[in-house]
Design a protein around this ligand. Structure first.
Ligand code: UDX
Length: 467
């Protein structure tokens, strides 16, 4: 634990405790929460997962967990991820009462092991008050980077300083209070939500501060300054225990079928020759952008593996239409799938680079395999992750002009074939080595995980012991 803060440790009790975990039902959130569940189970805790009907996990893959399903009240048309803030706000409203009933029933079961705490994704902001009413400690789990949490936390400051709302003439200006962000990198999420999403984010941050601790899927060697600042600004114990998939892979919690053909195709490619292109599970683009991406890839002349998931192009649930002449132009130089076994792909010797939307799981998975990146953030935390990857960690090349074929072609060449790419690869390899060490005995994440399990074990049945 980086900050022992408010809680005094009691002598370690037996670990025969139940933990209630509540994942947000989106791929990028389910994967790390299931990994966390597996890790805590391996430390002796019993795991209960409360989940929604929407994107519900496959119980049969986790016979060692207990699952409780709650109705999420979403109508079919409300399950679209085109406007994520609206979806998440709706879920936070709809789940209050079923979650309360489920928790009450779990806590009242006197025949079972006591429940030590709730571990909820930070996005479930309604759970803090509810758990408080049961005197149940809550530890929140932030599934994305620490730097992006701090950037969201600074939104009121960005408004106060006049950076927001963003104006075209100011996009390239530095945000002096939050280097190395430029105005264009301030994490905004386009939404039709009434009153904008800032109010929601501020509420979320208040609830995080009221929690008994925060777990990060990150590691000290990558975000040490940000970790220290979080301890100061939020005043709660922090646990940077990632990258979680180093302990358990993400593939088991994939919501879509991963196409193994990608690996068979990679097996036939030359060492470090292939650029892997994937924009995660939510990002959307229009047909013009798809065409720019396609021609940027084609003109780079580099072998590629490209994930075009249904829904990547707005309003197309089936495979997007590739521009005329594209397949002829690439002439067998590439392979396209709807969904890939991403971790295995990144670990494959044929992969030389990853063109990513800078989702946090993708970023960590790439670092763990020592794969340098091209970064094209679409929204929210991705904008901060990409800036840090480009400017701070120097393990990626950020596309600064959106999706334009000329810049894409150039970036792929710079990364895959030039000295600059070689230097970026050396830096990401050095981070990979740090990761390999940090999850082993004596490493920072290993120690932080030990502190977390001690901390959870120190909770009395009615809550953590105050100093
Ligand atoms: C979302 C947000 O968009 C992101 O900004 C945030 O950091 C996490 O939540 P998503 O867009 O899906 O996530 O991106 P990411 O965090 O990268 O997670 C995607 C996951 O899906 C990764 O674990 C990746 O391995 C997996 N994946 C992706 C596959 O298994 N196959 C694929 O073809 C693509």
């Amino acid at each position: 634990m980086e900050d022992h803060g408010k809680v005094k440790h009691q002598a370690k009790r037996g670990l025969s405790r139940r933990l209630v975990l509540f994942p947000v039902p989106l791929q990028g959130h389910i994967n790390p929460m299931i990994q966390l569940a597996n890790i805590l189970h391996s430390k002796g805790f019993s795991i209960i997962i409360i989940h929604t009907k929407f994107n519900s996990p496959d119980h049969s893959k986790y016979p060692h967990f207990t699952f409780h399903f709650i109705p999420d009240g979403l109508l079919e048309h409300e399950t679209s991820t085109s406007d994520v803030p609206i979806l998440l706000k709706q879920l936070n409203l709809n789940c209050v009462s079923p979650f309360r009933d489920c928790l009450a029933s779990l806590l009242s079961d006197a025949n079972d092991e006591p429940v030590a705490c709730l571990i909820a994704d930070t996005i479930w902001y309604f759970t803090q008050d509810l758990a408080d009413s049961f005197k149940l400690p809550t530890i929140v789990f932030r599934t994305t980077s620490i730097c992006s949490l701090l950037a969201f936390h600074a939104l009121p400051l960005f408004h106060e300083k006049g950076y927001l709302p963003k104006e075209d003439s100011q996009l390239q200006l530095p945000v002096t209070e939050f280097p190395p962000l430029k105005v264009k990198d301030i994490p905004v999420i386009k939404s039709q939500i009434q009153g904008g999403i800032d109010r929601l984010i501020i509420t979320m941050m208040e609830k995080v501060k009221a929690a008994s601790g925060i777990i990060f899927n990150s590691f000290k060697e990558l975000e040490e300054l940000e970790l220290t600042k979080t301890s100061q600004d939020f005043g709660i114990p922090t646990f940077a225990i990632g990258p979680l998939h180093k302990y358990f892979p993400a593939s088991s919690s994939s919501l879509m079928k991963q196409e193994r053909g990608a690996i068979l195709w990679l097996d036939k490619q030359a060492l470090k020759s292939v650029i892997y292109v994937s924009f995660g599970s939510i990002a959307e683009m229009d047909e013009t952008q798809l065409s720019e991406v396609a021609w940027g890839i084609a003109n780079s002349m580099q072998p590629f593996l490209w994930v075009i998931r249904p829904g990547l192009v707005q309003n197309s649930q089936e495979l997007a239409r590739l521009p005329n002449g594209f397949l002829e132009a690439v002439d067998g130089r590439g392979y396209i799938v709807k969904w890939a076994p991403q971790q295995e792909v990144l670990a494959h010797p044929a992969i030389g680079g990853f063109w990513t939307h800078s989702g946090w799981n993708s970023t960590l998975e790439s670092i763990c395999e020592g794969v340098p990146m091209i970064c094209s953030p679409f929204f929210g935390d991705q904008m901060v992750n990409a800036r840090f990857a480009n400017d701070v960690w120097k393990i990626g090349i950020q596309l600064e002009k959106g999706l334009a074929r000329g810049e894409i072609e150039r970036a792929i060449r710079r990364l895959m074939a030039e000295k600059e790419g070689k230097e970026i690869r050396e830096r990401v390899m050095s981070l990979k080595e740090k990761i390999d060490f940090c999850v082993k005995e004596g490493g920072s994440s290993y120690q932080s995980l030990a502190s977390l399990t001690d901390y959870i074990s120190s909770f009395s049945i009615s809550g953590p012991v105050s100093q």
